[in-house]
Design a protein around this ligand. Structure first.
Ligand SMILES: [Zn+2]
Length: 262
C-alpha cells in the first residue's frame, strides 16, 4: 500500500512537471510576430524560362521548402484578425505564430500557394489591387503575371482577400500615394471596398503617409501594413504601419528561418 502510494506520487509529480512543460512550451506569449510578404510564385521551369532574374517571382520549390520548414519547426499560421486582436491586447499569440501574406492579387496565390498552404495546414492573406482584378479567368499563361478574378477569390479555402488599394500601385514620377489629395485617397479606398474587404490594407510598395493613414482610420480599416522593413511587428507598432518581411527569390532558407526565429 505504502509502495503504491509512493509510486503514485512519483507518477503524479512527473505528470505535473511534464504537463507544465508542455503548457510552457506551447503557450509562451509573444510580444513580436513575423509577417511574411510574398508576391508572384511560379513553377521552377517557368521561373527558369521567364523570370530568372526577377526577384519578385519566387519558385514553387523555394516556397514549399519554406512552408515545410515552418511546419517542421512547429510554427502555425494566424489570421490578420488574430493579429488585430493581439495588437489591441485582447489576445495572446505564441512565439510560433506566423502570418503569411501575398501582395498584388496574382492568380498564382490561388493556383500555386494555396495547395502548399493546405498541405502544411497553413492559411494566408492576399492583398488585391482592385483595378487589376481580371474580369474572366483566362487560360493560365506561365510567362504572364495574371491576376485573380472575383470568382477565383470566392472558391478558396486557405486564403482571405484584402486591400492593396484600387489604383495606387504606380510609381511613375513618384509613388502615387504621395501625389493624391485626401479626397482622392478616400475615393480610391471606397472603390477598393466595393471589391474586397478593406478591414486590412497593405500599402502598395509599403509606402504610406499621414494622409492615407488618416483615410484608412476614418474608413474603419483595422490594420495597415508596410513592406520590406524586414523586422517583426511588435505590440508597440503603429497599427497603421505594421512591418513585414520581404520574402523574395533571393531569400535563402537560413535567412528565411532567421525571419521567424530571431
Ligand atoms: Zn504590390
Amino acid at each position: 500500500m505504502k509502495m503504491r502510494r509512493k509510486t503514485m506520487l512519483v507518477v503524479m509529480t512527473l505528470l505535473l512537471a511534464y504537463g507544465l512543460q508542455v503548457v510552457y512550451v506551447k503557450s509562451l506569449p509573444s510580444e513580436q510576430i513575423t509577417i511574411l510578404g510574398y508576391h508572384h510564385i511560379v513553377e521552377d521551369k517557368d521561373k527558369e524560362a521567364y523570370f530568372k532574374g526577377n526577384m519578385w517571382v519566387n519558385s514553387l520549390s523555394s516556397f514549399e521548402a519554406q512552408m515545410k520548414l515552418l511546419k517542421e519547426k512547429g510554427y502555425h499560421s494566424v489570421s490578420l484578425q488574430d493579429v488585430y486582436e493581439w495588437r489591441m491586447g485582447r489576445k495572446e499569440l505564441d512565439e510560433k505564430s506566423v502570418v503569411i501574406t501575398f501582395d498584388d492579387g496574382f492568380y498564382s496565390s490561388i493556383k500555386y500557394a494555396q495547395p502548399i498552404l493546405e498541405k502544411y495546414g497553413f492559411q494566408g492573406s492576399v492583398f488585391v489591387i482592385g483595378s487589376q482584378i481580371e474580369a474572366n479567368r483566362s487560360e493560365y499563361k506561365p510567362n504572364k503575371r495574371q491576376h485573380a478574378t472575383l470568382a477565383d477569390m470566392q472558391h478558396t479555402k486557405k486564403l482571405s482577400f484584402y486591400a492593396h488599394s484600387f489604383d495606387l500601385h504606380h510609381k511613375d514620377g513618384g509613388f502615387r500615394v504621395h501625389q493624391l489629395t485626401k479626397e482622392a485617397l478616400q475615393i480610391d479606398t471606397q472603390k477598393e471596398a466595393s471589391l474586397v474587404s478593406t478591414e486590412f490594407y497593405a500599402y502598395p510598395y509599403g509606402k504610406y503617409n499621414p494622409l492615407i493613414q488618416e483615410v484608412l482610420k476614418q474608413h474603419g480599416t483595422k490594420l495597415a501594413f508596410g513592406f520590406n522593413e524586414n523586422r517583426k511587428a511588435s505590440r508597440q507598432d503603429d497599427p497603421y504601419a505594421l512591418p513585414r518581411f520581404n520574402v523574395n527569390a533571393y531569400t535563402k532558407l537560413d535567412v528565411f528561418y532567421q525571419m521567424v526565429s530571431q
